[in-house]
Structures are given as C-alpha cells and as structure tokens.
Design a protein around this ligand. Sequence first.
Ligand SMILES: [Zn+2]
Ligand SMILES: [Zn+2]
Length: 139
Amino acid sequence: MEQTIAMDPSKHYLGKVCKHGHEHENSGQGLRRKSQRDCVECKRLHDKNRKRPWGDNRGGWLRRRYGITEAEYDALLKAQAGACAICRRLPADIRLAVDHRHNNGWVRGLLRTKCNQGIGQFDDDPATLARAIEYLLSV
Ligand SMILES: [Zn+2]
Ligand SMILES: [Zn+2]
C-alpha cells in the first residue's frame, strides 16, 4: 500500500509493531513519532474520527451515543451559542459532549470534554464543587 509519510528521522522512529497492525511499508514495524508513543497511522485515524465521529449518520450516532435526536442536539447547541455550558469556550473539535444527570439520565447540556471530565472528577456533586471554589478563593 502506498504511504506518503515523509520520513524525518528526528521525528519518527520505527518502534514496535502497532497493536492495531499498522506497519511501515515492508519493515514490519510500526512508524511512531519520537515525541509520542502513538503509531502515526493510528493518530491519523483518531484525528479523522474526532472530526467526524458520526461518519455520514449524525442522527444515528447521536441517538446511540447520547440518546438524543439531532434536532434536540442542535437546539441545545443553539441555546448555548455553540459553546460549552461551563467554560463558554468553543469546542476544539466540532462537537460538544452531551452531559447527562447520572441518577435519571436527563440531558443537562453540552460540554467540552475537559469540563465534562472536570465535574466528573468531583462526582458531579455541587456541594464538593462549592467547597472547591471556596478553597480556590481562600488561598
Ligand atoms: Zn497503528
Ligand atoms: Zn467547558
């Protein structure tokens, strides 16, 4: 298979074979960036997936992944002016994660992954988060 990765020995080295079986030409070895452990091909596929994780079926993807319709997602996005409900930043990729209440599964809003994980680190507990804010303000 034709591969058009420019080999820059300062950036790439031929490490172990990728666990997903991606090989560099005929060497039988995975092509990796020196700075990261990821296989170059895996990284490329991952990036592509991040940009359009739904492929050509956005509605189906939203329903399966988040249990909401495309119209519901777009309404939320519009209500939040396309930005994260917490940090008000625009998402790095072209989507925001749908945040659910864990006890009843209701959709709370759309968040960047970082903010979604952030509240998760505090077990989605407002009392703990309030103490975290107090702490930040006191020191
Ligand atoms: Zn790979
Ligand atoms: Zn955010």
